[in-house]
Design a protein around this ligand. Sequence first.
Ligand SMILES: *[C@@H]1O[C@H](CO)[C@@H](O)[C@H](O)[C@H]1NC(C)=O
Ligand SMILES: *[C@@H]1O[C@H](CO)[C@@H](O)[C@H](O)[C@H]1NC(C)=O
Ligand SMILES: *[C@@H]1O[C@H](CO)[C@@H](O)[C@H](O)[C@H]1NC(C)=O
Length: 279
Amino acid sequence: MTVLNIQSGASFLMLTLVVQLLLCWSGVYTTDSTKNCKLYSDSESERKVLKRLAPLAQRNFTINSKNGTEDYTYVFQLCGDAWGVSGAGVVQVDNNQKEKKPTIIGMYNSTQAYGGSDWVILIYRNGEAYDGHCKKENRRAMVMISCDRNMDPGKLGSVLEDRERERDCFYLFELDTSAVCPPLQSQLSPGSIILIIGVCVVAVYLIGGFLYQRLIVGAKGMEQFPNYAFWVEVGNLTADGCDFVCRSRSREEAPAYRGVATEPLEEEPEERDDHLLPM
Ligand SMILES: *[C@@H]1O[C@H](CO)[C@@H](O)[C@H](O)[C@H]1NC(C)=O
Ligand SMILES: *[C@@H]1O[C@H](CO)[C@@H](O)[C@H](O)[C@H]1NC(C)=O
Ligand SMILES: *[C@@H]1O[C@H](CO)[C@@H](O)[C@H](O)[C@H]1NC(C)=O
């Protein structure tokens, strides 16, 4: 029974360690998931704006829009296939139709992105052409993304379709999210991130090593400390190094203190005995 308890306790601890390590890792390591977006006209500043939206990637944002008999669902995804439609950033699904064939409003290979301190406007061009309106130009989606610290990942808001015009028609969406908020002052600096990784690694080493020594090797007392012999040796070598580097004069040059040093004191009784014996 106790062996079982120890084993399940150990595996639980191991699990928490792994989770802790993953958390440490994910907090530091993030990939740029906006790479799939292709800018309509490539520019460094637009690329930068797009990178700020990275936390929104790989998420579905949907909104239903009813007006009279019209009943549409709009799906928005950042630099990913919305509604699973290849290349589409925003699609419109007609809920009155049985087969729910999506209409592409904008493609993420024709992206434009502009931003200020706490907002970004994202434009997907090259959607499906209008049937009659707007001189049969391609549809276009604009997503106004604004900062709201209470929204994570965010919520897609009201829809406006402006197609009663000659050209430059668009669908307008709102998205409130914490992703575009300006960073708070207490952001982690690279130094503290490295420190956190260091603490994580040391904690994992100590706890994992302790468990290994105790449960698998079966060590007791100080021997449970991982690589005990090695660290003792390191300690000794460090002490020797300090001794060599920091001491101002060697012991041989100071015979007056010989009797005071600890090592000779231990040897002296033996020497005295040796002298005494033959006499
Ligand atoms: C997005 O929604 C679609 C349809 O509802 C679903 O098939 C897909 O798995 C969702 N993707 C993500 C990343 O949630
Ligand atoms: C509903 O559609 C009509 C005409 O199509 C338009 O004038 C009106 O603004 C729309 N209402 C909403 C809430 O979008
Ligand atoms: C975007 O992709 C579509 C099809 O996937 C293609 O027809 C179109 O030319 C592409 N546009 C750009 C700007 O690459």
